[in-house]
Design a binder for this molecule. Structure first.
Ligand SMILES: [Mg+2]
Length: 142
């Protein structure tokens, strides 16, 4: 099934709830271990996703202080996280360390639309509207 030009994960069409989102090169431009400028318009779309019922799970290789700084940065910019490197819900049924998400937005993901910044980064002008369309076509939410 295809929605417009979108080819979403086939098994979750109509029930996108958990969205895993990377930090460096995705929400912000690459400056690790510092925090780069917002990869505009990431915040706009992430807030829209939450407004549409999605739960955001930060999926990043950051740890320790650099992770704490990223989480605080997101919080200070109004981004509501459901999980950080984990989906609390999955503890009911697996011990896997991989956060369970219906889809993942990551500049390292195969097929993710990218744009040239200082380094390549997620192109939110493409990703944002497509994910919003998926959320608007949800027919099941638990
Ligand atoms: Mg990245």
């Amino acid at each position: 099934m295809t929605i417009g030009e979108i080819h979403p994960p086939q098994s979750f069409i109509g029930q996108i709830k958990y969205i895993g989102v990377d930090f460096d090169g995705t929400i912000v431009e690459h400056r690790y271990p510092n925090i780069g400028p917002e990869n505009t318009p990431a915040f706009y779309y992430l807030k829209k996703f939450v407004d549409c019922g999605a739960k955001l799970i930060l999926c990043t290789m950051r740890s320790g202080d650099s992770l704490d700084e990223a989480v605080m940065y997101l919080r200070n910019n109004g981004i509501e996280l459901y999980g950080v490197n984990e989906n609390p819900y999955q503890k009911n049924w697996t011990d896997s360390p991989k956060p369970w998400c219906h889809l993942y937005i990551d500049d390292s993901a195969f097929g993710c639309p990218l744009i040239q910044k200082d380094r390549m980064a997620v192109d939110w002008s493409v990703v944002g509207p497509q994910v919003l369309l998926l959320l608007e076509n949800n027919h099941e939410r638990d």
